[in-house]
Design a binder for this molecule. Structure first.
Ligand code: ZN
Length: 105
């Protein structure tokens, strides 16, 4: 579809990519369960130590990776539901470091 307005073209492409990522994500998690609690919904890929997935992919959205790179990523990530991911990130928080830095009591 030819766009006269480059801004509209960019907006369209962004939207297209967002949809594409969402579909890839949905299809990937079909038949999978949370490694912690066995939930089948709200599944997410998790960084092994609670960091950001993009730190493992050189800043690339994991759902944009090529099949090979995505499979590499899967060898280090866990699959958690949203609730378990929150709990994991919470537990892995550097509470001692934050306390020393005076951020928390
Ligand atoms: Zn879970």
């Amino acid at each position: 579809m030819p766009f006269k307005d480059p801004q509209r073209k960019r907006a369209y492409e962004r939207e297209f990519q967002r949809e594409w990522h969402a579909r890839r994500k949905r299809e990937f998690f079909v038949g999978m369960v949370c490694e912690q609690c066995g939930a089948e919904e709200d599944l997410e890929l998790c960084h092994p130590t609670g960091g950001r997935l993009r730190d493992l992919t050189g800043g690339i959205n994991p759902w944009s990776l090529s099949k090979e790179k995505f499979e590499d990523l899967l060898t280090v990530t866990a699959i958690y539901c949203a609730a378990c991911k929150r709990r994991k990130v919470w537990l892995q928080h550097d509470w001692e470091g934050l306390r020393k830095a005076g951020v928390v009591e």
